[in-house]
Design a binder for this molecule. Structure first.
Ligand code: FAD
Ligand code: AMP
Length: 476
């Protein structure tokens, strides 16, 4: 028998997925006057980002950076300290951070009069979504365990899940993905990370700082594919100096348990025996069980949902955003799309400037980037000028004892417009915000170098890089 309260479960918008794409779209749509239900299979709202992505990884990076600093950075400042790691307490803190923030998303959703529904959502036809809430306490049809929703518009924001690798036998424990590596109960003696993208390097850094011997195996001849090569090379050098072993040109073909250990095989090289394996070779869209066939949506070759400029799929009334539509797999990219999509529905205007989406790797040093890389400009045949400012010439970096960074600015040779900015060094992820704003406003290098920057700050390296692009640095 259906619950009476479910008789007319009708919304202007039903959102599937409460990650940064889905929940932000839900909030913006509600602010614009639409009634919204936001479905997620997990009780905690906030998606991959809050549960097993951005937030828990940053919590562990913060905690482990303190350990590393106390052991390796204090002496230079005349400090002596003995630090002991209480991993259980560190994990508890991380869990608390996650809980506070997922709870915050739930309050925001409710404050905006959205209806959160726990369960697995599937499209069952035009304007129809069935939620399987059999595992949750949600109101539902008692016989089927489901709830039928009717929607004017359906927004798909299902995100991604870790990509598998043939031959790598995930056991959810010692051979796992980032999800397991965010919750090891003890630091593995030797950890092999497969893949030198940002997830592998961030979590590799965490465990290296907490005492593991970390080896990163990367198929390509460089780390951080997609990032500016000069900056990525500087990052590889810094990580190696910290004790992370990076082996390039290693195509991993298998990883399996062998007794108490794990063995990792790569083409043309001896197998490596280790205590744990972190598979971090990318993420694939979670688009396989959404009922897309019922409305005629076909996925692309890599299982992403094809959309047009207005995030409209091939089915009328069905939209998609976030990791599942391809492009940069970043929380803030998904958020921008969520806002643009909701605004397009109601106001007819909405836009994401994909040239101004920053990318940050929260290792130490941090790596941050926005706009074009030097390789992209060369490939496109764009005439550019380049300004590089090493942080060793920056007063604040000296005072911090962090002189290993650099700020690089790429500028259109004819118009002086800033095309790309790439930073490696402490707080690079915060510093890049100025470059994002500059690119968003179409600023020239001159606009930036004629802007006053507080002294002594790391932000001055942006001003100096802009000056360097014009061949007129003041402090180098
Ligand atoms: P998601 O956040 O993946 O949310 C989708 C939600 O939908 C999930 O909760 C999923 O369970 C649910 N769902 C899927 N299908 C259904 C269904 N049929 N019914 C009900 N619910 C469903 N990005 C950054 O910008 N900065 C970072 O520092 C960063 N760090 C990361 C670290 C790690 C370890 C990982 C794994 C990712 C990180 N990311 C980071 C990436 C970021 O998490 C994603 O880009 C972002 O979460 C994508 O948002 P989304 O809304 O598209 O999907
Ligand atoms: P990202 O997609 O940014 O998460 O990065 C994943 C990284 O894993 C990329 O640098 C890939 O080159 C790397 N990778 C993919 N397959 C393999 C493999 N079989 N062995 C080692 N590295 C791989």
């Amino acid at each position: 028998m259906a619950d009476e309260s479910l008789a007319d479960d009708r919304y202007d918008v039903v959102v599937i997925g409460s990650g940064p794409g889905g929940y932000i779209a839900a909030i913006r749509a509600a602010q614009l006057g639409l009634s919204v239900a936001c479905i997620d299979e997990h009780a905690e709202l906030g998606g991959t980002c809050l549960r097993v992505g951005c937030i828990p990884s940053k919590a562990l990076l913060e905690s482990s950076a303190k350990v590393y600093d106390a052991r390796h950075g204090f002496a230079e400042h005349g400090l002596k300290a003995q630090v002991e790691v209480d991993l259980a307490a560190m994990m508890k803190r991380k869990d608390k951070v996650v809980k506070t923030l997922t709870g915050g998303v739930r309050s925001q959703i409710k404050k905006n009069k959205n209806v959160p529904i726990q369960g697995r959502g599937r499209i069952t036809g035009a304007g129809k979504v069935t939620v399987d809430s059999s595992d949750s306490k949600e109101p539902k049809d008692k016989k089927t365990g489901t709830r039928e929703l009717t929607a004017e518009r359906i927004l798909l924001a299902p995100g991604t899940r870790p990509a598998p690798l043939p031959g790598v036998e995930l056991d959810g424990e010692r051979i796992g993905t980032s999800t397991e590596a965010l919750a090891y109960s003890k630091a593995p003696g030797r950890l092999v990370v497969i893949g030198a993208g940002y997830i592998g390097l961030e979590l590799g850094s965490v465990w290296q700082r907490l005492g593991s011997q970390v080896t990163v195996l990367e198929y390509l001849d460089r780390i951080l594919p997609g990032m500016d090569t000069e900056i990525a090379s500087a990052a590889a050098k810094a990580f190696t100096q910290q004790g992370i072993e990076i082996q390039l040109g290693r195509r991993v073909t298998a990883a399996r348990r062998k007794g108490k250990n794990c063995v990792v095989e790569s083409e043309g090289h001896d197998p490596i025996t280790c205590d744990a394996v972190l598979l971090a070779v990318g993420r694939v869209p979670a688009t396989d069980d959404l009922g897309l066939e019922t409305v005629g949506i076909e996925l692309d070759k890599r299982s992403f949902i094809p959309v047009d400029d207005a995030y409209q799929t091939s089915a009328p009334g069905v939209f998609a955003i976030g990791d599942a539509i391809g492009g940069a797999q970043l929380a803030h990219k998904a958020e921008e799309e969520g806002v643009a999509c909701a605004e397009l529905w109601v106001t007819g205007h909405g836009h994401v400037n994909y040239d101004a989406i920053p990318g940050v790797v929260y290792t130490d040093p941090e790596v941050a980037s926005v706009g074009k890389t030097e390789e992209q400009l060369i490939e496109a045949g764009t005439e550019y000028r380049k300004g590089v400012f090493p942080h060793r010439a920056n007063g604040r970096a000296r005072a911090m004892g962090r002189v290993d960074g650099m700020t690089k600015m790429l500028v259109d040779a004819k118009t002086d417009r800033i095309l790309g900015v790439h930073i490696i060094g402490p707080h690079a992820g915060d510093l890049i915000a100025e470059a994002v704003a500059a690119i968003e406003f179409g600023a020239s290098a001159e606009d930036l170098y004629r802007t006053s920057h507080a002294h002594p700050t790391l932000a001055e390296t942006l001003k100096e890089a802009a000056l360097a692009s014009a061949g007129r640095t003041l402090n180098l």
